[in-house]
Ligand binder design. Structure first.
Ligand code: C5P
Length: 225
């Protein structure tokens, strides 16, 4: 069996992380969460008082943090300068700031390079990888063996995100729906969160359970193999 790369792209709240981890476990592949790296970069910028509205300052600072991603789907880890930030990158503060940081080209260039290195290192050890993000199939790894575009209706995405946050919001998930829409709109300036890359297969998770989505993606990967 040749070591394969599976690209999973899609908008916020589509369930990319749970699906990608599940597929990696099922197929015995490594797992790369590129969103976590943009979050780690943002965590470091906030921590170091970089003015995120100043794109030049963000570009100048972005080579500094040492970001290390573990690729075990059972225990995805991420450190910045040796500090474990797995929880720290999931705060509302980081989520609210990450699109601005991800919109700076120097940040993208640095993280895309890191992502390609991680994928190449896995392949060099004959291990396949499921890589998830917004631009994996079209930018990071156009030679991926399988390309999946995971989507879901805005309501389904907001409901999923609320459940993840354990949020009990009066009036349902409207707050989260607006948050997701705002982040998607900001992300759309740099990546195409709502558009499948050429050659990508669209999987709509709106009416499927997590297990059903994993099953569908596993089938698609095995057919492409
Ligand atoms: O997937 P997640 O919600 O953790 O991603 C956080 C943010 O990182 C996104 O909203 C986007 O701004 C950025 N991102 C990106 N390119 C990727 C992955 C994430 O710009 N490949």
């Amino acid at each position: 069996d040749k070591a394969i790369v599976v690209a999973v792209d899609g908008p916020s709240g589509s369930g990319k992380s749970s699906v990608s981890k599940g597929v990696a476990r099922r197929l015995g592949l490594r797992y790369l969460d590129t969103g976590a790296q943009y979050r780690a970069m943002t965590w470091w910028m906030l921590r170091n008082g970089v003015d995120l509205a100043d794109r030049e300052a963000v570009a100048a600072a972005c080579p500094k943090p040492v970001i290390v991603s573990g690729t075990d789907p059972d225990e995805p880890s991420i450190t910045v300068d040796g500090t474990d930030v797995a929880a720290g990158i999931r705060t509302a503060e980081v989520t609210g700031a990450v699109s601005a940081v991800a919109g700076v080209q120097a940040v993208r260039d640095r993280l895309i390079e890191l992502q390609r290195q991680i994928i190449a290192a896995a392949l060099a050890q004959s291990a396949g990888v499921v890589a998830e993000g917004r631009d994996i199939a079209d930018v990071v790894c156009p030679q991926a063996d399988s390309k999946i575009f995971l989507t879901a209706s805005p309501t389904a995405r907001a409901a999923r995100r609320s459940a993840e946050l354990g949020a009990v919001v009066a009036g349902g998930s409207a707050g989260t729906l607006a948050d997701l829409a705002r982040r998607d709109a900001e992300d759309a300036k740099t990546t195409r969160p709502h558009e499948a890359a050429p050659g990508a297969i669209v999987v709509d998770a709106t009416h499927l359970t997590l297990d059903q989505v994993i099953e569908r993606v596993v089938e698609l990967v095995e057919t492409a193999r």
